[in-house]
Write a protein that binds this ligand. Structure first.
Ligand SMILES: [Zn+2]
Length: 477
């Protein structure tokens, strides 16, 4: 018997607003140098303190929803989810249980070179809790994060393997970063994920009992958790046991999931409409303003690079991984009109140098103008610069900036195409290499590249290897 796994996700994404969701405290938990720096009576839940909804959170949330092609609800409202825990000073979370800001949508993702679509059930807004640190038998409470805005994205159960989940999360990360909705850095808990997994016999057309794995915050842990939990369920099903509906935690060190709570201990959160906030009615012009900021999505760029520019999917993926890089690539293409060569100079030369040169850590830091790289490509295409020497020019540009033409002239790198000068070099090489010429003529074809190499050396790397090639073929017969 084969089992198919079905996976749904609940994803929490920290919205990158200047201030928290309902107060004026800085929403900068990662930047806070000390605990409890960014707190006030509202996010600390002091009696009588009233929340004031942050318009920027709404704007970024609506854009986040639009990026996932979701319906935006002009009317939504907030509810209180009541529970007591030391990291939640208000004793309730302000969330959207019944009428959410964003409804159904879909996200297009490339998985193994194929375009797929994954449905979103809804997205709602809510605030985060603080952070507890347990040390030396004591618990320390830090409320810098309390009241930070979150989007909770709930997908339909539409994934069947971990690659789909990973690519989907990467696509969200790309879009949210490009539009400044969130930095979505999993290590900083700006994006964390609950994974629901169920197994059912293949082709049964049914969903099995669902088990929820809570709070996964790295791509690799998500992959291991999906594998580990689906193996656990498969073992149970194969031995005739049934799966309990429950919430489990993933213990990454032990490589297994452990029970946290069963369906029977489900909490009663006593949801009720938030009495201190009015329902949220979004004006049409506000929604329209958000929509206007939605230019080409990363997936549309990727499809354009594949279909119009004829790039390989791997290259299209790399170039669209971050907005600065795809902006740079497009600026370069607009100057060179040569997408393939522009892509290869960026992906194979420029990115490798950025990795290598210490002072430069991203495409934003390069010290030269994009037109200089376009000039390098233009000269290579015009046979005035060899591709070998072009790498040296790009390296110099990355290290010290400047102008491509100046670097080429200072280092004598301009390719010589002067036929008669190159011909005399070829003649000299042939005259000085009599034994190799004899060897070649007696049938050793492999030695041909030795002559090309000798000509390049004699021309100090400046001769056009194509012309040497032709002249040598003609003269050696
Ligand atoms: Zn506050």
């Amino acid at each position: 018997m084969k089992y198919e796994k079905t996976i749904g996700l609940e994803i929490h994404v920290r919205i990158k607003s200047e201030t928290k969701m309902f107060c004026g405290c800085k929403n900068a938990v990662e930047l806070a140098s000390e605990p409890n720096m960014h707190v006030c009576p509202v996010c600390m839940g002091f009696p009588g303190a009233l929340p004031a909804l942050n318009a920027e959170v709404i704007r970024l949330g609506v854009i986040g929803g639009m990026l996932m092609d979701c319906e935006v609800n002009t009317h939504s409202r907030f509810d209180r989810k009541s529970y007591f825990y030391p990291d939640l000073p208000t004793s309730f979370q302000t969330t959207q249980m019944y009428e959410t800001i964003v409804g159904k949508g879909k996200v297009r993702v490339m998985v193994n070179g194929e375009l797929r679509e994954y449905e979103i059930h809804h997205m709602h807004l809510e605030n985060d809790a603080g952070k507890l640190t347990h040390a030396g038998g004591k618990t320390l409470c830090d409320y810098n994060r309390a009241g930070s805005p979150l989007m909770e994205i709930v997908t339909e159960p539409v994934f069947h393997d971990k690659e789909e989940v990973m690519e989907f999360l990467r696509e969200l990360q790309k879009m949210f970063r490009a539009w400044g909705v969130s930095d979505a850095d999993m290590e900083k808990w700006q994006l964390r994920c609950d994974v629901n997994i169920s197994l059912a016999p293949e082709w049964s057309g049914e969903l099995g009992t669902r088990v929820e794995l809570k709070n996964l915050n790295s791509f690799s842990a998500i992959g291991r958790a999906i594998d580990g939990e689906s193996h656990r369920q498969e073992r149970l099903l194969l031995s005739g046991k049934h799966i309990e509906q429950e919430t489990r935690g993933w213990d990454d060190d032990r490589g297994m999931s452990v029970t946290q709570r069963s369906k029977e201990d489900a909490m009663d959160y006593r949801y009720f409409p938030e009495p201190d906030l009015l329902p949220l009615d979004l004006p049409e012009d506000f929604i329209e303003g958000c929509r206007q900021s939605l230019v080409e999505l990363p997936i549309d760029k990727r499809l354009k690079y594949l279909n119009e520019y004829d790039l390989k999917d791997d290259d299209a993926r790399i170039l669209t991984a971050d907005k600065d890089l795809s902006d740079y690539f497009e600026a370069l293409v607009s100057l060179t009109n040569d997408p393939k060569k522009s892509c290869s100079y960026i992906t194979t030369i420029l990115l490798a140098l950025i990795n290598e040169v210490e002072e430069v850590s991203s495409i934003k830091d390069v010290k030269f103008e994009v037109k200089e790289l376009a000039r390098v490509i233009e000269l290579v295409n015009a046979d005035e610069l060899s591709s070998t020497n072009s790498k040296q020019v790009v390296e110099e540009l990355v290290r010290n900036g400047g102008s491509a033409d100046l670097i080429i002239d200072e280092n004598n790198l301009r390719q010589k195409n002067d036929m008669s000068a190159l011909e005399s070099i070829v003649d000299e090489v042939i005259a000085s290499c009599a034994p190799q010429v004899a060897d070649y003529k007696s049938g050793n074809q492999n030695i041909f590249w030795f002559f090309v190499g000798q000509c390049m050396k004699a021309s100090k790397g400046q001769g056009n290897p194509k012309i040497f090639n032709e002249l040598l073929k003609k003269k050696l017969g």
